[in-house]
Design a protein around this ligand. Structure first.
Ligand code: SF4
Length: 201
């Protein structure tokens, strides 16, 4: 799979403390997307197993509630996403899973999405989404629309929808938008969450 970044522990990407896996690559082209560096489908490929092991290491270090899959566009690497969820569930069955996708639920249910390096049929993509949805506890779905700014929990524009796919979380678990800024050794700065007032530079 193509990986953009992995944050070991975040409180800005769903309920509780969560690892965040950012997939590299997105073809949806929302105007005003604040992370265009995630759009290209290139970069070093890593194995799903290596990513799972890294997330599991974080689970043990930080007692995580769950994992959020973001991007880029995770559904454009849907096979890797499903493989990663299955690999994690085998070793940590109590993890909660959340997804950010620019596709609407209707598009996903109809198999109307494109997968990187794959020419599979609409039927297969429908089944793939059903399997992914079956592993998810929640998802935020829909394109970013800069004409409809939002301060709703986890939604950058009002057209986006928060869906709960299990009874693990309730709407009250999704609290105000947060922005996290991490400063790493060597001075690298990483921003995640919802910088509704703009980026800090
Ligand atoms: S789906 Fe997300 S990553 Fe892709 S262009 Fe839209 S906002 Fe950016």
């Amino acid at each position: 799979m193509l990986l953009h970044a992995l944050i070991p522990a975040s409180r800005a990407n769903g309920p509780g403390l969560r690892a965040v896996v950012f997939f590299q690559g997105c073809k949806l082209g929302c105007v005003g997307c604040w992370n265009p560096r995630t759009h290209h489908f290139h970069g070093p490929e890593v194995t799903v197993d290596a990513v799972a092991q890294e997330v599991l290491r974080s689970c043990h270090e930080h007692a995580l509630e769950g994992v959020t899959f973001s991007g880029g566009e995770p559904m454009q690497q849907a096979d890797s996403l499903l493989g990663l969820m299955h690999g994690l569930l085998r070793q940590a069955p109590d993890l909660s899973f959340g997804l950010f996708s620019g596709f609407t639920e209707h598009e996903l249910a109809q198999g109307q999405y494109w997968i990187w390096g794959d020419g599979s049929s609409e039927q297969r993509r429908k089944r793939l989404w059903q399997e992914i949805r079956g592993c998810l506890d929640f998802a935020i779905l829909g394109r970013f629309n800069q004409a409809q700014p939002s301060s709703l929990p986890l939604r950058t524009s009002r057209n986006q929808v928060l869906r709960l796919f299990s009874d693990r979380h309730s709407p009250a678990d999704f609290t105000e938008e947060l922005t996290e800024v991490s400063i790493h050794e060597g001075g690298r700065v990483e921003v995640t969450g919802f910088p509704t007032l703009g980026l800090p530079w």
